[in-house]
Ligand binder design. Structure first.
Ligand code: 16G
Ligand code: MG
Length: 560
């Protein structure tokens, strides 16, 4: 069959590098860019098959997020704009590692049969391609195009340089039959931001949030995109640094990952910025953290991480819902009942979880990785999820959005301009502003800014919602990270047997102690997280657990 022959010939131009094995991992394939050609080609084949299988547009993004500039990676976005279904991950792994073109094609033919995918049929579908600003991206994107054209009936649409969340947004919009260009993305979030600012209660305008926001673009794709978006924004003063044009290196001493892990100001920020509200994006702009430089003589910061962004959003949304559901609200025949769920991982600071529970919110936990949090959050009418590292968003169910729209219309005719009507309009604006496909630093940043203006809060006031418990994260190099198996959203070690009891015995020695270990999904290491009432106690708990892990699993030294 011509289609098979075509695939065979195309893949023979992309031999896999010897001695390496690739794994789809927490967020797609990632590696040194120089060895990724065949992986990108083959991932594009997988994306093409996914598109044929679903009969819908699929996305393929070339990025390695916060990794060093020499790395690159590739991940696939499903038709709903979320991560590729986990069910297909083992297939993606087998495709990436098939030793030669013949076994590759055999694998694909067999999978296509099992999944009823029309190879070589008349069906036609498309893949949206995007890449970040990495120098290796351009060539890898060409490899992806070859992978797509090797599958009959599928076409590649090159969307150019994008943030990861922009591409996910475009895939989702395209499949919903909505406008999906970059201009549409910018317009939608700029307009909904404007709408939220216009809805700030007049009496609160006097508390106007002081001063400008300074954003660290990680020398990645986000800074330049924010510059474009900024032109369309009113009601916000932003200065953008580390845009990647002045010799700064991607993710080197800059970016959300660096700021969150090291708890220091990124390069380009210093004494002149003390007290100012600052934000940091990661290399592909799907993570966001805020911070405030504390002292003119050092680069220490007050970190306002994903947990606090989540808390800010939760307080705001809860307030809008309680306005709509006020008992004395005679203007509405019925309120707007909504199941609001908060999704965190074990990395969430214990103080944030306590705070959210004190607000009466339902808090649930999943393993690390956006795909797990996103899935859980989608089970609610409104699901807010964030990892402490700044990945997160707010999801609204279709059913809730249609009830909200109906309520808005009802209120517009009965009590336009009332607080009830405004609360409905605010929630509707949030559904438009915040990226429904995936966590998005740019839209997240605008929602933070709108909510701060709504409450009239400075970054300091926001940060004081609760005080983080001191914590420490360490990593241990081990011979085989898969030897560690966890359960209960990574809070319990199931294998090796006995290790959890040892961790428990160490943990109870410390007031407010909490500790867990997990194999990293992106590096060949075991991560150790400890929390306690003092920094010394958190450090000592982490250290002692590192020692136990090393002695059970045979390893080198703990690393920060
Ligand atoms: C990836 C994940 C992130 C997770 C991190 C954990 C996505 C888009 N990104 O960056 O959610 O927090 O991996 O890394 O899913 P680790 O497994 O090495 O600790
Ligand atoms: Mg990222």
């Amino acid at each position: 069959m011509a289609a098979i022959q075509n695939l065979l010939e195309a893949s023979s131009l992309f031999p896999i590098p010897s001695g390496l094995s690739f794994s789809y991992g927490t967020a797609g394939f990632r590696s040194d860019a120089s060895v990724l050609s065949s992986t990108v080609f083959r991932s594009a084949v997988v994306a093409a098959l996914r598109s044929l299988a679903t009969g819908a547009t699929v996305g393929l993004m070339i990025t390695a997020s916060h990794n060093p500039v020499g790395d690159n990676g590739v991940k696939i976005a499903d038709p709903d704009g979320g991560m590729m279904t986990q069910r297909w991950e083992p297939f993606a792994d087998r495709v990436a590692n098939a030793p030669d073109p013949h076994s590759l094609v055999q694998l694909i033919v067999q999978f296509a049969e099992e999944e009823d995918i029309p190879l070589g049929g008349m069906k036609s579908s498309e893949i949206l391609l995007g890449r970040d600003t990495r120098p290796s991206g351009e060539a890898l994107l060409e490899d992806a195009k070859k992978g797509i054209s090797a599958v009959a009936g599928v076409v590649a649409v090159d969307m150019g340089i994008l943030t990861t969340p922009q591409l996910h947004w475009m895939v989702r919009s395209r499949n919903k039959g909505m406008k999906a260009s970059e201009f549409d993305y910018f317009s939608q979030i700029a307009n909904s931001f404007r709408c939220l600012i216009d809805l700030v209660p007049k009496e609160l305008l006097k508390n106007k949030v002081e001063g400008k926001l300074i954003v660290d673009g990680a020398n990645g794709v986000g800074g330049g995109k924010l510059e474009e978006l900024k032109v369309m924004l009113t009601g916000l003063e932003i200065e953008i640094r580390n845009v990647g044009r002045d010799g700064g290196v991607l993710n080197e001493g800059v970016g959300a990952d660096y700021v969150q892990k090291e708890k220091v100001a990124p390069s380009g920020f210093g004494s002149a910025d003390v007290g100012t509200r600052c934000a940091s994006l990661d290399g592909d702009a799907d993570r966001l953290v805020y911070f405030r430089v504390l002292s003119p003589s050092s680069n220490t910061i007050d970190l306002v991480d994903g947990d606090k962004i989540l808390s800010l959003f939760a307080v705001f949304i809860k307030e809008q819902l309680s306005i709509l559901n006020k008992k004395e609200n005679k203007d509405i025949a019925s309120g707007l009942p909504a199941r609001l769920g908060i999704v965190q991982t074990a990395y969430a600071n214990g103080a944030s979880t306590d705070y959210l529970k004190q607000l009466g919110l339902e808090v649930v936990f999943t393993p690390t990785g956006v795909k797990y949090l996103h899935k859980k959050a989608s089970e609610y009418d409104i699901g807010i999820y964030f990892e402490a590292n700044g990945h997160g968003t707010v999801l609204f169910s279709e059913d809730f959005i249609s009830r909200l729209e109906a309520k808005q219309k009802e209120l517009a005719s009965s009590c336009a301009g009332s607080e009830y009507h405004n609360a409905a309009l605010r929630l509707l604006a949030v559904t438009q502003l915040i990226n429904q496909a995936v966590g998005d630093a740019l839209s997240g940043l605008l929602l933070v800014e709108a909510v701060l203006q709504y409450f009239g809060w400075s970054i300091q006031r926001w940060s004081e919602l609760y005080h983080d418990l001191p914590s420490r994260q360490l990593k241990v190099k081990v011979a085989d990270r898969t030897a560690v198996v966890t359960a209960n959203a990574e809070t319990q070690v199931v294998k090796p047997l006995g290790l959890q009891a040892v961790i428990d015995a160490e943990t109870v020695k410390h007031s407010r102690g909490r500790c867990f270990i997990r194999p990293s999904g992106t590096e060949d290491i075991i991560r150790v997280y400890a929390e306690a009432s003092t920094q010394e106690a958190a450090d000592s708990l982490a250290q002692s657990v590192v020692q136990h892990v090393a002695s059970v699993l045979g390893s080198g030294n703990p690393q920060k």
